[in-house]
Ligand binder design. Structure first.
Ligand code: SAM
Length: 198
């Protein structure tokens, strides 16, 4: 899928400051969310880390005995993952058009990655994540809470964000085929949810 200009500019900000971004976030795992997600998976489950960037969460999932595949559009962040010893399958690709067959994964982890899509692209991305997940599989997503879309500055470069209200996010998940057994909001800023494919 060709990248649109907003997403290309956002990914360029990660590519140009990949080491700095990874330095900031690689050692800050989302332990509680990983634990809840992992609890839904069988030992050795195949997991897609969609928009996993520097690979922090792929490394943690691999440590727990799962088989992660790290997918991201940023070649710079994937290089950071390799440089940090993340030893998992890595694919430079777009979560809106996943290069995987239907039902390739038991779980999909999409931590803070859908945030950079235009609002109109989110339903398709959630359907795409649903397509590559097996029946009975689990999704974790986190998104920024708010309304509208906008740009935020980071290191002199712009990143595009879509903000969602929890009710809207849950509706988007359900419309894409996910049941939502759990969701929450942290620091009024981050919406997280677990989805299941039935
Ligand atoms: C805020 S970072 C989050 C990185 C990591 N998941 C974490 O939690 O630290 C957003 C990530 O999503 C990736 N991303 C954004 N849009 C994407 C897309 N359409 N396909 C694949 N990756 C994407 C970016 O390159 C970046 O690595």
């Amino acid at each position: 899928m060709p990248q649109d200009d907003d997403l290309r500019e956002t990914v360029r900000s990660y590519d140009e400051h990949a080491q700095q971004y990874a330095d900031e976030w690689f050692d800050k795992p989302l332990a509680a969310h990983i634990r809840s997600f992992a609890a839904t998976l069988r030992p050795g489950a195949r997991v897609l880390d969609a928009g996993g960037g520097h690979g922090r969460d792929s490394a943690e999932l691999a440590k727990r005995g799962f088989k992660p595949c790290l997918l991201d559009l940023s070649a710079g962040l994937l290089a950071e993952a390799r440089a940090r010893g993340v030893d998992v399958c890595m694919v430079q690709g777009d979560l809106r058009a996943l290069p995987f067959r239907d039902r390739s994964f038991d779980g999909v982890w999409a931590c803070a990655s859908l945030v950079h899509l235009e609002r109109a692209q989110i339903p398709g991305a959630l359907r795409e994540l649903h397509r590559v997940t097996c029946e009975g599989g689990t999704l974790f997503i986190s998104m920024r809470v708010g309304s509208g879309e906008g740009w935020e500055m980071w290191n002199g470069l712009r990143r595009f964000y879509t903000y969602v209200q929890p009710t809207e996010a849950i509706e988007l998940l359900e419309d894409a085929g996910w049941s939502v057994p759990w969701w929450g909001v942290e620091r009024s800023r981050w919406f997280s949810a677990i989805g299941t494919k039935e």
